[in-house]
Design a binder for this molecule. Sequence first.
Ligand code: NAD
Ligand code: MG
Length: 384
Amino acid sequence: MKNISILGSTGSIGTQTLDVVAANPNKLKIVALAANSNDRLMEAQIEAFNPLVAALSDEKAAQRLRSRYRGKTKILSGPEGLQAIATHEEADTVLAAMVGYAGLRPTLAAIKSGKNIALANKETMVAAGSIVMAAVKQHGVAITPVDSEHSAIFQALQGNKHREVKRLLITASGGPFRGRTVEDLANVTLEQCLCHPNWSMGQKVTVDSATLANKGLEIMEAHWLFDMDYGKIEAVVHPQSIVHSLVEYVDGSVMAQLGLADMRLPIQYALSYPDRWDNAFGQLDLVKAGTLTFESIDTNVFGAFKLAVECGRTGGIMPCVFNAANEVAVYAFLAGRIRFLDIKNLIAATLEKFTNITTPSLEEIENTDRETREKAKVILAELY
Ligand code: NAD
Ligand code: MG
């Protein structure tokens, strides 16, 4: 039996993780759940999974839950609550499924208290990859990817040597605006943006998938997770989302992982690894899938992707700056304050305000994240 804590249990990945736990009652047990403010859903999750502890970061939401709830689960709140869920003594594995940079502190706390990490929260790795990976080594914990592309690469690397890898090929669906020109993108709406062709996800990652910033973040995530130079990581568009990513070896062999576009499969693998468990969620039918196609990313159209890759290659604090500027821009877009193409423009204008620090400490990363948000908000107020 593996004991699991989930950071971000009410989100898209969090709820799908609970589906995986429910499908494997003899193998997985929930000991702790944390989320931001959805007290109704948290209450239902507590009823269904009986965790020892649950936390809501939002104090008011936690109060609402406490005023209704009469059961045995302890209800915590605020940053201390989040910390308690991340480090709970009964948990072996923490599924990091919060969205954004906010996941960094609790994920680091989990690593430092010896928890294995199943990582969905890519922004944490992007902003502070060197710090996270050093902590993983220092505390001797395992980190398994949940992101479907990284799960695919992780699987395609099994049994092979790191030095014999020629390239990691990360697939991208291309999002809802594949094949469009910059002119086409000038007036796209939030509704069009939130209509992802293949995946149903949280709003932030859905917008990232439309700008392809998500693919840039994933390249940075792969750089840290697999200790691979940027020169050896490429992204390729694969609209069917059946091939989840590939590893090319020096002898010319290319190993791919294929499967349904269902996040419960990589979530289950992240929790079952090194074993494989029966699948309750459906099998891929290759004949039904039919044709699999591949094309390159148009970096002139998807400027946020291009900026992300440049920041990754530059390293230091620039990935953290990219990530924070992107978060501000995406939430401004979701709030209707800026247009789709302004996401990239705001990131570019914010990046210009920073000079790099090549090997930042955690404190420097925390300062950078805060300053980036402040500067991006000033630009936002001035220009939009
Ligand atoms: P989501 O918005 O659906 O859910 C986010 C979760 O984080 C919610 O439970 C929310 O309550 C919680 N949260 C946010 N801020 C918090 C805070 N301050 N304190 C406590 N909890 C907080 O997002 P999602 O789509 O599930 O994505 C989660 C992460 O997984 C992201 O980093 C995303 O890039 C990554 N990811 C998602 C998918 C997907 O299919 N949804 C696929 C691959 C990777
Ligand atoms: Mg992904």
